[in-house]
Design a protein around this ligand. Structure first.
Ligand SMILES: C[S@@+](CC[C@H](N)C(=O)[O-])C[C@H]1O[C@@H](n2cnc3c(N)ncnc32)[C@H](O)[C@@H]1O
Length: 292
């Protein structure tokens, strides 16, 4: 498979959050494409840990997600990174400390942000999952991972300083996008009639009807002259929602599981509303028009 990390020479700035479905691996390629398409505002309505945003570092951006703890975290850490990191450093990556922090309900903004970062760095697989009453219920990850580096958190937080951040469903996330703007939509991977990816990011599942709703909004943005890129698993049903668009098929190993045996080879797709102006030579032949 083509090494996508070599598609762009911009110094890499990686997220410090671990996020299922995170697009560190795709970010260099998407940056190389997006910089040639974007003249206005960048929209990322399923921002998660923001791997693509951090590689692109656009001047104007609107970042949103339905995960309110995540958005609250970025709102706090971008103005008070040192306080958040120092609070995290009070904890240790042990099962006892994890259980204590998980039970805790912090009252301050910094306390809530620090708890979020600590749990993300120490829980199993960086998964964010809550029970029916909204309590975080992911088990301890036992990763031995270092908690966080102050300099890394400061560098990443600085990129978020001018971004507009919102807790919202994707449908409100890019309604204002217009010609010259670009959208990157990376929804939970849901296929028609099957649960074939990690889709349970919060209490509400991302369903097939959400995929259909997303495709409708993306087509409407395209009609307004917006450049749109969408990620997903390679499935005919998904591609049929974007007929006439352009698709790149990209194979790699799934990384949700730490067990090698259960890391499946998966084929993902990047779907574009128009033929990208910039595409690395080795990928040009792989770009196909989706049949109408
Ligand atoms: C695949 S992850 C995005 C990962 C991100 N690209 C990254 O690199 O970290 C999908 C994200 O969509 C969010 N999400 C789920 N349902 C949503 C909805 N209806 N509207 C907006 N965001 C949603 C989840 O909270 C999760 O953060």
């Amino acid at each position: 498979m083509t090494d996508l990390t070599k598609q762009d020479s911009t110094p890499r700035l990686l997220p410090f959050l671990k996020w299922p479905g995170g697009k560190r691996w795709l970010a260099p390629l998407l940056r190389a494409i997006m910089v040639r398409e974007l003249t206005g505002t960048y929209y990322e309505p399923f921002v998660g840990a923001g791997a693509v945003f951090l590689q692109l570092r656009p001047e104007r951006s609107v970042l949103s997600d339905t995960n309110s703890d995540l958005i609250h975290f970025f709102n706090v850490v971008r103005t008070r990174p040192e306080e958040v990191v120092r609070a995290v450093w009070q904890c240790s990556n042990t099962a006892e400390c994890y259980a204590r922090v998980r039970r805790r309900v912090p009252r301050s903004d910094v306390g809530r942000a620090a708890r979020f970062l600590f749990l993300n760095r120490t829980c199993w697989g960086g998964i964010y999952r809550t029970n029916k009453v909204g309590e975080f219920n992911v088990p301890f990850g036992d990763s031995g991972r270092r908690l966080c580096s102050l300099q890394h958190v400061i560098d990443v937080s600085a990129v978020y300083s001018n971004a507009a951040l919102a807790v919202q469903d994707f449908e409100s996330g890019f309604r204002c996008a217009k010609s010259g703007d670009a959208i990157y939509a990376d929804p939970p991977y849901t296929g028609k009639g099957e649960n074939n990816g990690f889709v349970r990011y919060n209490e509400k599942l991302f369903s097939w009807s959400d995929q259909v709703r997303l495709a409708r909004e993306c087509r409407s943005a395209k009609q307004r002259g917006v450049f749109v890129a969408v990620s997903g698993l390679r499935h005919d049903e998904l591609l049929s929602l974007y007929s006439g668009w352009w698709v790149l098929k990209l194979s790699r190993h799934s990384t949700v599981s730490r067990e090698l045996a259960s890391r499946r080879q998966i084929t993902e797709v990047a779907i574009f509303s128009r033929k990208p102006k910039e595409l690395p030579m080795q990928l040009r032949q792989k770009l196909k028009r989706i049949k109408t």
